[in-house]
Design a protein around this ligand. Sequence first.
Ligand SMILES: Cc1cc2nc3c(=O)[nH]c(=O)nc-3n(C[C@H](O)[C@H](O)[C@H](O)COP(=O)(O)OP(=O)(O)OC[C@H]3O[C@@H](n4cnc5c(N)ncnc54)[C@H](O)[C@@H]3O)c2cc1C
Length: 390
Amino acid sequence: MSAAPAAASPPRRVVICGGGVVGACTAYFLSTHAASPTVPTLVEKCAPACAASGKAGGFLALDWCDSTPALSRLARASFALHRRLADALGGADAYGFRPVHTLSVLLPTHPGPAPASPHPRLPPWVDPSASAAPPRELGTPDTTAQFHPGLFTKAVLAASGAEVVIGEVERVVARDGRVAGVVVKGRDAVVDADAVVLALGPWSGRLEVVREVFDVSGLKAHSIVLRPREPEKITPHCLFLSYQPEPGAKMLDPEVYPRPTGEVYICGMSKDENPPDDPATITGEPDSIAMLHKIAGKVSSQLKKEEGAEVVAEQACYLPCTTDGLPVIGEIPGVKGCYVATGHSCWGILNGPATGAALAELILDGKSKIVGLDPFSPARFLKRRSRRGA
Ligand SMILES: Cc1cc2nc3c(=O)[nH]c(=O)nc-3n(C[C@H](O)[C@H](O)[C@H](O)COP(=O)(O)OP(=O)(O)OC[C@H]3O[C@@H](n4cnc5c(N)ncnc54)[C@H](O)[C@@H]3O)c2cc1C
């Protein structure tokens, strides 16, 4: 009697490596799969959402990825899933999900005289002198939304029921071209698995099985979180700023996201740099943090430390970047049952749900229906490498 090939039946033991938004969403959609719900084990080195997924802005946009068709399909599917998840998980209370207005604001290099009356589009908590030109509308509550990304990541992970193991994945174990498990530092036995998902953000390339196929680099970005003097005055308006600190200096593009808790998150100041081994040791650079405070004070006197704004956090984290700017989502060539999902750059919070849902379908059904994964396949890098080598 010949046994059915292993790939024909859905895997029973799935191990996800990495507890960021991508790993957490994958856990959720595996465990809520209609035909073959599968509760995975998730191995996280530090703590769920300890890296970019806990320190990001949490801004979502329906159509801002439309210039790249493959990414547009992922983003639009994910935006819709975010709405469904917010309904299913009580997102407004659990993680501050809310639709927002989004504006582009040009901060003046040197403040001029305050205009006689503020531009009607400018939110009341933004100082009238903060806008050197009429603000432009970038998104409406139908097309843009926002939440606390760390609370979201923890909420979807909790709802998945996944067993969370704190430990560092050192390598993937494969036998006869098929995944067999992962080695976790300090553990004698291999953690057995029929399927493994590598969702290690900018650390993905530290594993040989990934490094052999493609490169993942980090981009360090800074953020501060402030509690304004009068939090009740802060309206749901996200601001995308353009600011030149000095004439002739590089233009900066910081972002300001008020949260329903009354806190205001401000991010920007990035540079190419790979993350340290331990996510817990990441700190912001003083110059970059100081510039974010300067910008916050220019946007609103409510956000000035000197005028009573409380500093809740000063931090940094790393975007996971690929060489062609597209995420990598799919099975690793040559290692059946070993999947990777990384390289989401500045849109990982937005695109986490569609990535997780697509991977869950690929793993459990053999094919993703929610969004086509061909453009995101890791195999694209092998083809390029072999062309370069030819
Ligand atoms: C300042 C800033 C603002 C952003 N704002 C937004 C936004 O508004 N909207 C948006 O859509 N995106 C935003 N992003 C992008 C988004 O944060 C990332 O794309 C996303 O968080 C990446 O998620 P991830 O799960 O791939 O990686 P990460 O969040 O980096 O998670 C990877 C996890 O893997 C763990 N890990 C690493 N190595 C190991 C190991 N060997 N074993 C076990 N675990 C390991 C880490 O501890 C970490 O928890 C922002 C990013 C930054 C930096």
